[in-house]
Design a binder for this molecule. Structure first.
Ligand code: TRP
Length: 453
């Protein structure tokens, strides 16, 4: 039930919270290794085009749906399209939030272990083989990662219980500036290494020969994950944005910050990678094995390592709270459960999924469902199916189902702001975004090869 007086973020609070959601493991862990694997500058260019032409319009769509309806993800669709099946798109978002959290909290937990390892100076003088062993031993261990995962989930739960203003807004307003500060310091340290320019060249030199359909599709998928799109996260946050706030400029700022952090993370990582002659196309273990390896050889490596893993943990936490809020807003408004009860019950569910994910990397390595272990299963179902499907429906909903005049009123805050891009926006939400995302979806399901792309 949408209350008359919905809690509102302040202007800065809205940007901090949404940027906090967007900036996460996706930026600091996933983006740099995708970029490394797909050949540097070419990937960056394609990624930025995807962010501007697809990500930004879909983000504006999500914000608009939420603020127009003043309700959680499912409730928003029900309010705007009563007596239809559209609310199922929101429900799918709530389910996605559970599944994303089911693996995300495991990696988030790892960041806590690595803060402790960094603090106790474990990386000093360790060889690459040793660091590799440390990571494998730890991530496949039965109890330790689960302990950290539970702690991380509890932390997320506490912030959500504290509420939208006192929990989400207050914590993200504190954590996001700190995160920017840390990543800028790390970037500067990395550029000033002897091989700084080589790293930057790799990052910014666009080798157009490297652009192919694979690169384009992976850039598009990453843009959606990184901007927290396709599952109602920003619908939920949009419902807390003040009616006077300029939605498109908020979305633009969040998009710029998110892209900036991804680029800064790469600036922090690649010069150092080159400096020590490490292969840039490393894959997922880039931040947990390669970086400690670099820190161990860097002057004052101790402090850089601590800073880096604190950064990673903060970025994860501001993302997990946004995901948990999707579930909690749904439960409190649709099922009328108290906020604390909703947060605790859903955290217990998430912890259970987290245990399954964590075990699937260790003692349950050989158990698979549809050919995947639990960790990979939750990751794949959400990023390959649920989020693209959600993104398609969200675009179509704004493009076709909501009246053009209503969209204009929402985006302009009843005429307060000029919206000269309305027609381009509608062109994208009606045709370009749904078609482009459909292509990603087909590709991820392996159907584009079959269709002869
Ligand atoms: N965007 C976050 C990241 O880059 C993760 C995230 C938070 C997310 N909320 C989301 C991803 C909603 C998809 C949908 O790590």
């Amino acid at each position: 039930m949408a209350k008359k007086e919905r809690i509102n973020f302040s202007k800065i609070g809205a940007i901090a919270a949404a940027t906090g959601s967007a900036v996460g493991l996706g930026n600091i862990w996933r983006f740099p290794y995708l970029l490394g694997e797909s050949g540097g500058g070419a990937f960056l260019l394609v990624y930025i085009l995807c962010v501007v032409f697809l990500g930004l319009p879909v983000m504006i769509s999500e914000f608009s749906i939420g603020r127009m309806a003043q309700a959680n993800a499912a409730g928003s669709f029900r309010t705007l399209a009563p007596k239809s099946k559209w609310w199922l798109v929101g429900l799918m978002g709530v389910i996605s939030a559970f599944l994303i959290l089911g693996f995300y909290v495991v990696v988030s937990g790892w960041t806590l272990e690595y803060i402790v390892q960094a603090l106790s100076n474990k990386f000093a003088n360790a060889s690459t083989a040793q660091l590799n062993q440390v990571f494998t031993d730890f991530s496949t261990n039965t109890y330790r990662p689960v302990g950290w995962m539970l702690l991380f989930t509890a932390l997320t739960c506490f912030i959500i219980i504290a509420g939208v203003k006192n929990g989400i807004e207050k914590s993200t307003k504190l954590m996001m500036p700190l995160l920017f500060l840390i990543i800028i310091i790390l970037g500067i340290r990395s550029i000033t290494l002897p091989t700084g320019t080589e790293g930057l060249k790799f990052l910014f030199k666009a080798d157009f020969g490297k652009i192919n359909s694979e690169v384009i599709l992976s850039a598009m998928g990453q843009a959606f994950f990184s901007l927290s799109l396709g599952m109602g996260c920003l619908i939920t946050y949009g419902s807390y944005i003040n009616k006077d706030n300029n939605l498109s400029s908020t979305a633009l700022q969040v998009t710029i910050f998110d892209t900036l952090v991804a680029v800064l993370a790469s600036i922090a990582i690649f010069p150092a990678v080159f400096s020590f002659g490490i292969n840039p196309a490393q894959g997922p273990e880039l931040v947990f094995i390669t970086l400690p390896n670099i820190f161990s050889r860097l002057h004052g490596g101790y402090i850089w390592a601590v800073m880096f893993f604190v950064l990673l943990a903060l970025a994860s936490l501001t993302s997990t709270i946004s995901l948990l809020e999707v579930i909690v807003a749904f439960l409190t408004e649709e099922l009328h459960i108290s906020r604390a009860k909703a947060a605790i019950v859903s955290s217990l569910g998430i912890a259970l999924l987290g245990i399954l994910s964590s075990f699937s990397l260790g003692i349950w390595k050989d158990f698979s469902l549809f050919g995947y272990g639990f960790f990979a299963l939750f990751d794949s179902i959400t990023s390959k199916i649920l989020m693209p499907v959600g993104g398609i429906f969200i675009s179509l909903f704004v493009g076709w189902r909501i009246d053009k005049q209503k969209i204009l009123l929402e985006l302009s805050s009843n005429g307060k702001y000029k919206i000269p891009f309305l027609n381009i926006f509608l062109l994208i939400t009606r045709y370009l975004a749904p078609l482009a995302i459909l292509l990603v979806l087909l590709n991820q399901l392996g159907l584009t090869k079959w269709l002869g792309f």
